[in-house]
Write a protein that binds this ligand. Structure first.
Ligand code: F0G
Length: 459
């Protein structure tokens, strides 16, 4: 039965194709076409895996569970363990660093902070290069090999770059990454240098780098690995499968993710939709996206939508007003013109979730609270807990709801931020950000008694 289920799904995914998401177009293209937007209308592309619902969903769940203890490198990957759901042939030249398989933690202090009964934190920062990008990059770089590409490129605020650099190195491909000069944390830049990528520091911001990438994508020698590449989303959607396994297939009420270029929220939406189409879950959680106040074009657009649109599967607007000069210390999501905003908005509206923005102060304090749970994340990831607190206060999340916050990057991606917060020197454009949960190092004499005395005072 298991074999039959697996074969049926594998055969089905062999018919996969690329499809334009705009309802007025809906054009389809073969998987071998190296395209990132619809060549006919410019709309966003998605891979339609043509999955067939298994006769026995439990058998498919068991197949995936059993693979978690197998030594096959494909099974050791939290992406390729779900290969029935991916648009690749059995003999595809898989590029893997054992991505995925990230922990789902309880965060009792974070839950208290948000006035929730409980809160779970899915830590995607525990991926091989320290961010959620690795699941998508495994799929995109594999597709680069399938297509016979020599060079892979991306624009990045740092994490996509580090991830692409690592996976390209594994695959023996040339990688070029475009970064906004002076706006990337030292740790992320160091990763890309170490993995041997060509690091191009561009005079401009992330949106300028992204514009350049779209031009470079026309060159036949180049493959773009940003999240407009639909194969990236295929890898990233597997986090929804892994999360549901970790939740014992009990669908949470809310999943909350940070929003930057909007690939991650789109991927979660696709993953959950596919699970529902296959009968593996019976509903989709409300997907909520949180942006930083100074870089929040989609939260602005969402706030302008009428209540009827929020309540239904709305008509997606044609355009979004970009934020000309995005600002935030959460540099990973310092983006004014997100490329995947239409996909993300559609996903959020269909799920019944919301898109909101949080302030720099709210991000900084939420990050320190997550830390008190023994879990480190980078500033962009902390938008989730800051956003949940706001959504609970506004009544959009109820205190007893089952909520999962997705932490997207590791704390060591931006240690300077952490240090400035706790020492009281954090600021954005000379506006100080105070540290309500500061933990300042103390200078102590080198004696046992001095240490015991300070411990006693702090008890
Ligand atoms: N969190 C982190 C740590 C990120 O690095 C990013 C995006 C996001 C959240 C937002 O995810 O773009 O899918 O909405 N970083 C990209 C980069 C832009 O280049 O590393 P998104």
């Amino acid at each position: 039965m298991i074999q039959k289920t697996a074969r049926a799904a594998e055969k089905a995914s062999a018919k996969a194709l690329q499809r334009c998401l705009l309802p007025a177009c809906g054009a389809t293209y073969s998987l071998s076409e190296r395209i990132y937007v619809c060549p006919r209308c410019g709309g966003p592309l998605e891979i339609d895996c043509s999955l067939i619902a298994p006769d026995n969903p439990e058998a498919l769940r068991k197949l995936w569970r059993d693979r978690a203890v197998s030594r096959d490198p494909r099974d050791a990957s939290g992406v390729w363990r779900y290969r029935e759901m991916l648009p690749f042939d059995d003999d595809a030249p898989i590029v893997t660093l054992r991505e995925g398989n990230t922990p789902l933690y309880d965060g009792p202090r974070s839950a208290d902070y948000c006035a929730l009964g409980s809160l779970r934190l899915k830590h995607q920062g525990c991926n091989p290069t320290g961010s959620f990008k690795d699941t998508g990059m495994s799929a995109a770089v594999t597709q680069a090999l399938v297509l016979g590409t020599r060079t892979v490129v991306c624009a990045s605020t740092g994490n996509t770059a580090a991830s692409l650099a690592a996976y390209a190195a594994r695959a023996g491909l040339q990688a070029a990454i475009l970064l906004p000069h002076g706006q990337i944390t030292a740790a992320k830049l160091a990763q890309s240098m170490d993995y041997g990528a060509l690091v191009c520091e561009i005079d401009g911001n992330f949106d300028d780098c992204m514009r350049l990438i779209q031009q470079l994508g026309d060159d036949p020698s180049i493959y773009v690995a940003n999240s407009i590449n639909p194969f990236r989303i295929e890898g990233q959607k597997t986090v929804a499968f892994e999360l549901m396994e970790q939740c014992g297939w009990q669908v949470p009420d809310h999943v909350v993710v940070p929003g930057g270029n909007m690939g991650n929220s789109s991927a979660f939406g696709k993953g959950f939709s596919e699970l529902r189409a296959l009968g593996l879950i019976d509903r989709i959680p409300k997907l909520n996206v949180i942006q930083a106040e100074g870089s929040a074009p989609l939260a602005h657009l969402f706030a302008e939508l009428g209540n009827d649109q929020i309540a239904s599967d709305a008509e997606i607007p044609d355009a979004i007003e970009p934020v000309e000069h995005p600002r935030t210390l959460a540099t990973a999501i310092k983006i004014g013109a997100p490329v995947s905003w239409q996909k993300s908005l559609r996903t959020v509206l269909r799920s019944g979730g919301r898109i909101i923005a949080v302030s720099e102060q709210e991000i900084a304090d939420a990050k320190a609270i997550i830390g008190r749970d023994g879990i480190g994340c980078e500033p962009a990831s902390a938008t989730t807990v800051a956003g949940i607190k706001k959504l609970v206060a506004a009544g959009h999340i109820r205190p007893a709801d089952a909520v999962v916050a997705v932490l997207t990057g590791h704390v060591l991606k931006d240690p300077d931020y952490v240090s400035h917060y706790h020492r009281g020197t954090l600021s954005l454009e000379s506006q100080p950000i105070s540290g309500a949960f500061r933990n300042v190092p103390v200078h102590v004499a080198a004696t046992k008694s001095a240490i015991l005395e300070i411990l006693e005072r702090r008890r």
